[in-house]
Design a protein around this ligand. Structure first.
Ligand SMILES: C[S@@+](CC[C@H](N)C(=O)[O-])C[C@H]1O[C@@H](n2cnc3c(N)ncnc32)[C@H](O)[C@@H]1O
Length: 165
């Protein structure tokens, strides 16, 4: 969350399938949410044009996308069914609480557009939406450090993630 037209949650699902051999042992739920219901409809349809697909390797395209003839491709049904899409306003505590809790939340490229007061509300809502010891991942240009002192920043070679607890 926020997932816009679905590229991020489908990419996460594909990454897990390609890189985690025992993925089927776990009951993994991937939820993509956004405030924009039209974007969510497009996400659920999972149809992408040549530009969006241009950086994907051929084998990934052939495994997870059906060709449509006009340069577009559509996500295969099994993969679509592995991602649930829901409308949520991240600023709205009740709507967020209704989503339940998550082990990992990706909230990339949203906080940069918000004013300080809204960022603080969203930071608290995201914190509350994490399981204890869960992680929040932001976009490369975003940082939680100046917004909220509640998270613990963990540095990895290619990213900083924010832990609850
Ligand atoms: C720049 S896109 C980022 C999408 C994706 N995370 C990425 O990095 O490609 C920002 C998204 O935030 C959504 N958004 C804006 N305000 C929101 C809110 N209050 N709650 C949930 N989503 C929101 C927009 O509809 C848009 O799809």
């Amino acid at each position: 969350m926020p997932c816009s037209t679905g590229e991020e949650p489908y990419s996460i699902a594909i990454w897990l399938l390609e890189n985690w051999p025992i993925v089927d042992v776990y009951n993994i739920e991937i939820v993509g949410s956004d405030i924009d219901t039209e974007a969510l409809q497009a996400a659920a349809r999972g149809r992408y044009g040549a530009r969006a697909l241009s950086k994907l390797p051929r084998d990934i395209l052939d495994t997870y996308f059906e060709p449509e003839g006009d340069g577009h491709r559509e996500i295969i049904r099994d993969l679509k069914e592995s991602v649930k899409f829901t409308a949520t306003n991240l600023v709205d505590w009740e709507a967020m609480a209704a989503q339940g809790r998550f082990d990992i939340i990706f909230c990339r490229n949203l906080l940069i557009y918000f004013d300080e007061a809204s960022r603080e509300v969203v930071a608290q809502n995201l914190y509350d939406a994490l399981h204890p010891h869960g992680f929040l991942c932001l976009g490369h240009t975003e940082s939680m450090s100046r917004i909220s002192g509640k998270f613990t920043a963990r540095r990895f070679p290619e990213a900083i993630v924010y832990g609850r607890g």
